[in-house]
Ligand binder design. Sequence first.
Ligand SMILES: *Cc1c(COP(=O)(O)O)cnc(C)c1O
Length: 436
Amino acid sequence: MTTAGLALRLVERHFATRDGELVLGGVSVRELAERFGTPLYVYDATVMRAQLGRLREAIPARVEVFFSVKANPNVDVLRIFVGEGAGLEIASASEYLRARAAGCAPDRIVFAGPGKGREELARVIEGGVGEIHLESEEEIALVDALAGEEGRRVRVALRVNPRAAGGAMQMGGQSAPFGFDEERLEEVARLVLRHPRLDLVGLHLYGGTQMLRAEVVVAQWEATVRLGLALAQVLGRPLESLDFGGGLGVPYFGKETELDLAAVQRGLGEKVGPTLGDPALAGARLVVEPGRFLVGPAGVYVTGVRAVKTSRGKTYVVTDGGMHHHLAASGNLGQVIKKDYPLVHGTRAFAPEALLAVVTGPLCTPLDTIGRAVELPETRAGDLVCVLQSGAYGLSASPVGFLSHPMPAEVLVGDGEPRVVRSRGTFEEPLVGLPG
Ligand SMILES: *Cc1c(COP(=O)(O)O)cnc(C)c1O
């Protein structure tokens, strides 16, 4: 399947069109662009709720979904998930404040991260938190000391870096700065137990992101259960908590297909479900903490075309949006091979393709390329080009200060009237503060 094919399939799956115009949360993208200006991030709450519903159907009923805030920290996005009964997974003190601003109860927040600072830990412990996921020996001592200063006990879990899970799975087994190697599980658990203010309640495993194969997801859950049982053995008591991590993928590039949730459901039912009834796990809170899967498909980055030009046989569509707002789409966020995100023309999504274009942004660098070989219909200045799958790791994972362009607005649709959930920056103050 070509990238254009994937883009059109995603439009049909998650959104609608009206007279060829892309419609997000009931409003045409043309109207959104006119009302709120471009470039613009649009998040559709309907799609977030649908993704959450799909996931809940696929996992055992007991498992609770916590949204991973770093995928999209907009407070109004968090509010949608919290409103649907999800908890939140955070990785900084500011994410903690956002989680609280979104109305998340402290005991429904878990805190992970390989290098948590003293001040942020103090802030989170003071405010109250469900669990802190411990990732180093220094952190074990620090959390215990801070708990002492606050005069309270803190619930902690061990983040574990698993051994390789067999065969072609290629899951885990790598060297990583995150958590403790599985080989040290017993030793580290005993160390935590020697700290009087820490309640070691369970275990957390986060193997990696963008899993598109059901058997890899199932293998990760199996590894988590296996390690959870091992920890319970060391503790000599049942676990209170087990966290399966996130990492569920969404398709971005031509040949990728959606994660087969029916296969995930079957696999978990066969290989994980029965063990969850083990006395060591029967009373535990079970958590899965995806980010990308829940919010990625809900976001569209809408750019306005400023120029269409040719240079030595190539056509360039120059837009007002680019890598400063969407590093991932430019291929510069961790991609080894730069491939094109799914792009569609905003008002003629299904019109016959007329050009093969390089879609760029306004920055003075060749890095600022949003698409390298994009099939588009007839396209002129003033048209809209939309980047799909942009709800996760978009704006907050981008070098927004580069070239001092104003931050784009973020707009939420599908939850009543479209509304600005973060306002556009100005020339005077391009980087308006994060909302919250
Ligand atoms: C980033 C992260 C997640 C979310 O990952 P996705 O791939 O977006 O699902 C979950 N848990 C932890 C600990 C993370 O660091």
